[in-house]
Design a protein around this ligand. Structure first.
Ligand code: ZN
Ligand code: MG
Length: 361
């Protein structure tokens, strides 16, 4: 009798355990929101240069899930920002200078377009023109990143909820005389000039212009545009109960590299880190947000060849005035973050975001 009870208990335990296991399976946590922060031209050295001179630890130092991705494009060992952005936004390697298309012009669907299709809110923020290669790769389709007027037209084909950046000229004062400001208004956008005028209390779709072309450098008076934009964008997009996708670009780390100007690189890098801090702060509170930080390529072939830990100074050297081929780091926090460790292709970043959202193609 006792033997039978023991068998019964063992059987019961087995059933209970199996049931717990089955219950656990669907609990693999999906990300409700994804915030992808791209430091254009940000390699390991740009990060370490900023860490070395900063008085306080950077927000990026808090991330525990870290990997690397290979940035070469379909045609070149050294990618441009169009092909680099396209790999991240669509999971496809393409020819340099292409924006979310193959070399014949056939469009690739972007993660932002998938998010729209799945009824999520979507947003783009950039310290350059919003039409520049990196943000354009998430919303436009063009064989040339320099077709700015065509890229602006593509903004009308996607029901993006919010964009903040420069580039008003190609909406308001076009060579073809079309008035895209009126078209945006017809599509129910509030047109906002200047970040200070963006009120985050209201629901709706917002086109926020912070410059006619590019925003100035941080050191030239851009101020806290990037961290404030990040914070405001999150507040607005988070009103969508299905979740959101937001891409935030620190564009000018790249330009500092191209100018071989280490002070420019460091001030843009620290500004970008302040935007990372805003995203991370939200994600920690929210618990359903995946934050991903990466670069599209390294710029400048930057090296730190000496320094002084006591006075926080560094001696640097650039080996290029353009992008380099070296793999770049990627950092992740939140549901799905553990997928980002290892060394992989830049195109995998898109696949990992799709998986985190639970989107199917
Ligand atoms: Zn770039
Ligand atoms: Mg860029």
């Amino acid at each position: 009798m006792r033997k039978l009870s023991i068998i019964a208990i063992v059987l019961l335990l087995n059933i209970t355990c199996n049931r717990v296991d089955t219950l656990n399976e669907p609990q693999v946590k999906k990300a409700k929101n994804v915030i992808l922060l791209i430091g254009d031209g940000m390699g390991v050295t740009q990060i370490y240069a900023a860490m070395s001179v900063s008085e306080k630890p950077l927000a990026i130092e808090k991330f525990k899930n870290i990997g690397f991705h290979k940035t070469y494009s379909l045609t070149d060992f050294v990618t441009d920002s169009g092909a680099g952005g396209t790999a991240l936004s669509t999971g496809k390697k393409t020819k340099n200078y292409c924006i979310a298309v193959d070399s014949t012009g056939k469009p690739f669907k972007t993660i932002l377009e998938y998010a729209e299709e799945n009824q999520l809110a979507t947003g783009l923020v950039s310290t350059s023109s919003i039409l520049h290669a990196t943000p354009a790769s998430f919303i436009a389709h063009d064989t040339s990143r320099y077709n700015y007027e065509n890229i602006a037209l593509d903004f009308l084909d996607v029901d993006i909820d919010l964009f903040i950046g420069g580039g008003k000229k190609q909406f308001a004062n076009r060579e073809d005389k079309l008035n895209l400001i009126d078209s945006l208004k017809k599509n129910q956008y509030s047109i906002i000039d200047g970040l200070a005028n963006l009120n985050t209390e209201f629901k709706g779709k917002f086109a926020v212009f912070t410059a006619d072309e590019h925003n100035p450098e941080y050191a030239d008076g851009r101020g806290e545009m990037l961290p404030i934009s990040t914070e405001k964008a999150i507040k607005i997009l988070d009103k969508n109960e299905n979740g959101f996708f937001l891409m935030v670009e620190g564009s000018q780390i790249d330009w500092g590299g191209e100018e071989n100007d280490i002070d420019y690189v460091i001030s843009e890098m620290i500004d970008f880190d302040n935007a990372i801090a805003k995203a991370l702060e939200f994600a920690i509170k929210d618990g359903e947000t995946l934050v991903i930080i990466t670069g599209d390529h390294e710029t400048g072939g930057l090296a730190i060849i000496d320094g002084n830990m006591n006075n926080k100074s560094i001696v640097t050297s650039f080996s290029s005035d353009y992008h380099t081929a070296v793999m770049v780091p990627i950092f992740a926090f939140g549901p799905g973050a553990e997928e980002f460790g290892g060394i992989y292709e830049n195109t995998e970043v898109f696949e990992k975001m799709m998986k985190a959202f639970g989107f199917s193609k």
